[in-house]
Design a protein around this ligand. Sequence first.
Ligand code: NAG
Ligand code: NAG
Ligand code: NAG
Length: 213
Amino acid sequence: MDSLVMALAFLVSMLSTSFPQVSPLKVCPKCGTMEVPPPLSTNSDCGDSSYKVYCNNGVLEFLSAEGMYYRILSIDPCTFKLIIAPPRIRKDLCYSSDLTVGGLRIDENSPFNISTRNTVMLLNCSENLLLSPLNCSSNSLCRLFEEKVSEGSACRNTLCCTFLKDASITSRRIRARVGGCTAYTSVVNMKPDEFPGLWNYGIELQWLPSSLY
Ligand SMILES: *[C@@H]1O[C@H](CO)[C@@H](O)[C@H](O)[C@H]1NC(C)=O
Ligand SMILES: *[C@@H]1O[C@H](CO)[C@@H](O)[C@H](O)[C@H]1NC(C)=O
Ligand SMILES: *[C@@H]1O[C@H](CO)[C@@H](O)[C@H](O)[C@H]1NC(C)=O
């Protein structure tokens, strides 16, 4: 197995000798104004194709296992992390735009998963959630999102729950469903004392280092 990986790495380095020696992977062209650092790959002749992302009309996007695209807001190749935009919430109903597909799900075989720096707020939840270890109390941080941020206004006066800070949520899914919680948002590196409008809204994903990198 190891020798196969080494043989592959050698092959890739042979194929990309015209490139700077920084990485054996060919760097993909910019998408709009955004750099696409390796191992991320927007097409088959750059990056590592296991780390596929999509450049749709100049917007770099991540594709979920359910076929939903999420805009990539930032990428940090040094820490193997990227941040995607949470789905939009409707103005009239407390529904996330990915409710129809059950929320965010990342394929099991994908090198990406959801990092522990996210504070996830589940909105318009059913009473069942009260039995969970989540913080669904009346002073839970999700209340501040509903009350102080216009995007959360459709969710006011519904039950909401926040993943407790420091609780590990590393996983490949954030569920949204009728009869569960119909919307959600996420904040990276939550600073509870800041005004909720200024929180860093996003879902941080991390990736396993590429064997070709
Ligand atoms: C909350 O979710 C339920 C389904 O679980 C739905 O019927 C209801 O309309 C939602 N409430 C809002 C304010 O969107
Ligand atoms: C829920 O979160 C709020 C705000 O961070 C905190 O003040 C409260 O103690 C938490 N409640 C529980 C049960 O953890
Ligand atoms: C999530 O990804 C990190 C690094 O990318 C990895 O160390 C960890 O094992 C993964 N966790 C799961 C549950 O797959």
